[in-house]
Ligand binder design. Structure first.
Ligand code: SF4
Length: 415
């Protein structure tokens, strides 16, 4: 009699991954996907019973940073858990075959599993001069992407390069590099995971979501999943209290830097960048670039090599995103539902905090303008609420600290 196939949980147990670790992973996936904790048992059941999903991983103009991120995913055992549930049929960097035998295995997946495999794309796709700047086995990256992605169940573009060309597409873009959505226009079921590299927990969560619900997570019109790109970094940053209080790092290694103050004046792009970095951390830890003392470079923003540099200087304004946006511009902003959701969240947060208007930092043009505009909007909306709730004396004192003279005397000047 044929032996009963082992469940995922049983296979993991045989490899030293406990049920507790497995359920912890399922709970982490539930939280990452912004699902209620009650979905944890459903995710666990689905992972236990799901059939393995064929996956091909294409690499084009890239540094293999997303592959590195994928291979170094760690909560203990997480990579094992995901790899147990996907069948990685083709990945140039880590597969054993090479040369024409490797390319044959890619063709075999496309022919054997039409419309049933996941295509993960890493790297930009050159289009200039017929795409000759990246060829594999005599075929251009452009033709490979068009064939493989068009026949896939879904395509996940990992990293900034696969999203919009990334570094290879930075000005002057000599190879005509583009992302998957430009190389394969009209591609259905395309999910973009920008970042340099992407955060592997988001890739893992997408696979888990599909295995659990048999559908991909919701995205905006640019293919960015809401759960990963629906929040402004600045709103969840652990240094936000220092920003609001005007405590800024002025030089690398100064006292403010050692004390973990805000990195805005060192060029941090957190106020213009949408990502769940501060919430989920990186590589299975709570660490992330800002937590380690380096400002955000905006690597999950469009064309970030051109639009977010110089990385160590404050930007005057980045159109469409960030702290300069107020409620009176919401209707005119065409940056997609993810950005709009984040902006609405930001304004709502300010309204909820209507007893503490945002401080206008003297000498900083961007901050002064942003603070004044946000305060005007918040006052219009929240003023009547505050008046109804607060005693008259409190209402009279509800002005920005700078204007009331109630300023922390020890904090540095913002200029
Ligand atoms: S400017 Fe950067 S370091 Fe400062 S609070 Fe915003 S995201 Fe955090």
């Amino acid at each position: 009699m044929a032996a009963r196939p082992l469940s995922l949980e049983e296979r993991l147990a045989a490899r030293g991954v406990s049920r507790r670790q497995f359920l912890k992973f399922c709970a982490a996936m539930s939280a990452t996907l912004a699902l209620p904790a009650t979905f944890t048992p459903r995710i666990a059941k689905a992972l236990n019973t799901a059939e393995r999903l064929p996956v091909v991983w294409l690499e084009f103009q890239d540094c293999a940073g997303n592959t590195e991120s994928f291979l170094r995913a760690e909560l203990p055992g997480v990579a094992d858990i995901v790899l147990e549930q996907i069948s990685l049929e083709y990945h140039e960097t880590i597969m054993a075959p090479s040369g024409h035998r490797a390319e044959h295995s890619l063709d075999a997946v496309v022919e054997r599993y039409p419309g049933q495999y996941i295509a993960i794309v890493e790297g930009a796709i050159p289009t200039a001069n017929g795409g000759v700047y990246c060829t594999i086995g005599g075929r251009t990256a452009l033709s490979i992407a068009q064939r493989v992605c068009s026949n896939a169940l879904a395509t996940i573009a990992v990293g900034a390069c696969a999203w919009d060309g990334g570094l290879p597409a930075a000005s002057p873009n000599p190879t005509g590099a583009v992302g998957v959505r430009q190389a394969v226009p009209g591609l259905k079921n395309l999910i973009n995971l920008p970042g340099c590299p992407m955060n592997v927990i988001n890739l893992t969560a997408i696979i888990v979501h599909y295995l659990t619900f048999k559908q991909l997570p919701a995205t905006n019109e640019q293919g960015l999943p809401f759960f990963a790109y629906g929040q402004l970094i600045h709103n969840n940053c652990e240094r936000r209290g220092h920003f609001d209080s005007g405590r800024f790092v002025e030089r690398w290694g100064d006292e403010g830097h050692r004390l973990g103050w805000c990195l805005y004046k060192m060029g941090c792009k957190g106020p213009q960048t949408y990502s769940n970095c501060p919430v989920v951390g990186w590589n299975g830890t709570s660490y992330w670039p800002i937590g380690a003392g380096h400002g955000c470079v905006g690597c999950m923003s469009p064309r970030f090599w051109d639009t977010m540099s110089p990385f160590y200087e404050r930007l005057p304004k980045v159109e469409g995103f960030g702290i300069e946006v107020t409620a009176d511009t919401l209707g005119a902003i065409a940056v997609g539902a993810v950005a709009a959701a984040g902006i609405i969240h930001g304004v709502a947060s300010a309204i909820r905090a209507h007893r503490h208007p945002i401080a206008a930092h003297d000498g900083d043009e961007v901050l002064v303008e942003a603070a004044e505009r946000v305060n005007q909007v918040v006052e219009q909306i929240a003023g009547p609420v505050r008046q109804a709730e607060a005693p008259a004396s409190e209402t009279e004192n509800a002005i920005a600290p700078e204007k009331s003279g109630d300023v922390d005397k020890d904090r540095p000047s913002a200029s």
